[in-house]
Design a binder for this molecule. Sequence first.
Ligand SMILES: Nc1nc2c(ncn2[C@@H]2O[C@H](COP(=O)(O)OP(=O)(O)OP(=O)(O)O)[C@@H](O)[C@H]2O)c(=O)[nH]1
Ligand SMILES: [Mg+2]
Length: 345
Amino acid sequence: MPTKTTDFHVLMLGKRGTGKTTMLAVLWDQLENLMNTRLGYFESPFSTSKFFGEALEKLRTMFLTPGTSVGLGIEGTDESKELEIALKTHGHEKPHLRLRFWDYSGGLLNTTGVERSDEALFQRKLDLAQMIFIIVDAPALMEHNGLFNSSRNSPETIRKIIRNKTLKGATNVLFVVTRAEKYIRDNQREEIYKRVEDSYKKLINDLAINNSVGNICIVETLGSIVLDELLIKKTEEGEMYPQYSFKKISENATHSPRDTTIPLKLLLDTAIETSYSTRRKESEGFNWLRDILERDKELIDILNHLRTITTKDSSVSSFRALAPANNTQSQSTTNINSNSNSSFY
Ligand SMILES: Nc1nc2c(ncn2[C@@H]2O[C@H](COP(=O)(O)OP(=O)(O)OP(=O)(O)O)[C@@H](O)[C@H]2O)c(=O)[nH]1
Ligand SMILES: [Mg+2]
């Protein structure tokens, strides 16, 4: 029974158009289907539901264009947005847990760092973040031998702007590779891992200093829209930029996300475990009483249910753990394909 709500803060980082909002909207959509309604439910404030609902509508509209061409998709997020999802159980007014996402506008990330006017707010959100999602654009990583990786994914800038967190203490970082449908079909997951590990090498080394958690996953947030080509264009000043074109895999293709349960599992696992241990820490010395009264049972039942269900439909090849082996948190969150029915506690 929750007497208080614990917040779990997630910072979404990635350049413009890499797929941050798309991924969050798809995760939000999947949550409802994941839960056993007997155990509990997820609930969002109207502003969050409206934002995600509209984003999903636009993603689905992309598939309605005739032939194999695709529609425009969602517009960029010009101003960073706070989005919330609460985990509730029946008969309790207060949620157990509130997931709080800061969907950082990629437009505010420039070549040297964060827009000056946004620095203070960014710093506050970074300090709060208990998990950082770094969204990596797969075509920039893979096409033309990674020619646009530095401008589109900015691994150096990302490392720099989170460094005062990664160097201060353990940080939980999840690299989510998006727009990867083409490479998954071409069996190039290994090459993607290699390139992520290579281009974010310095950041990954920073994570090792404090025994942080680092994982990579490759998702298909649209599923049946693949990169057609990435052309090298030049501005009047002679500066190169990429021009992407995507196509549907068939005329009748529909929105069919795949492997998005991997980031969802990692997120929910970590958030629920954190909520559980925060509660137990606060009642230290009296946890035997908590156990007799089964105060944490609802949360543990939900965690075990979510672990089982998210494990079922995710492919193990779309996940790679980077964290040091002796990190207990990473051990419990990386076991994607083990069928864990039993309690972890
Ligand atoms: N094929 C494919 N397209 C994707 C994927 N993720 C995003 N897209 C498309 O890429 C476009 C940009 O995605 P957004 O989610 O708006 O990107 P963002 O990171 O939120 O961008 P900003 O808000 O500008 O920072 C959308 O039109 C999506 O349809 C993916 O995994 N696969
Ligand atoms: Mg966005």
